[in-house]
Design a protein around this ligand. Structure first.
Ligand SMILES: [Zn+2]
Length: 99
């Protein structure tokens, strides 16, 4: 069985490697079958680790693709507004008395 293939990088289009392997490091709830696909691009540093059975992503990194959780740089007046929003939100949560 071939365990690695030369493929095109989905991020930059250069040649990348797709490897298939098993590792006890990944035999957890994300990939219980312990069969992992890794796509790695030496040109742009793209990395994708996913379970080959359920297609769930274990780890991923793609340069140039921003995260939806990216914290944008803000100026001081925006910081003050943001602090007020956080404070009022925490007061609302306290009033709700959630467990
Ligand atoms: Zn690439």
């Amino acid at each position: 069985m071939q365990t690695n293939q030369r493929v095109r990088c989905p991020n930059c289009g250069s040649y990348a490697w797709r490897n298939y392997f098993t590792s006890d490091d990944f035999s957890h709830r994300i990939c219980p079958s312990n069969q992992v696909i890794q796509i790695e691009c030496p040109a742009c540093d793209y990395l994708m680790l996913m379970c080959s059975r359920n297609a769930r992503v274990i780890e991923a990194y793609a340069p140039g693709i921003t995260s939806p959780y990216l914290v944008l740089s803000i100026d001081s007046s925006q910081k003050t507004t943001l602090k007020k929003i956080i404070l009022s939100t925490s007061q609302i949560i306290r009033k709700l008395d959630l467990p």
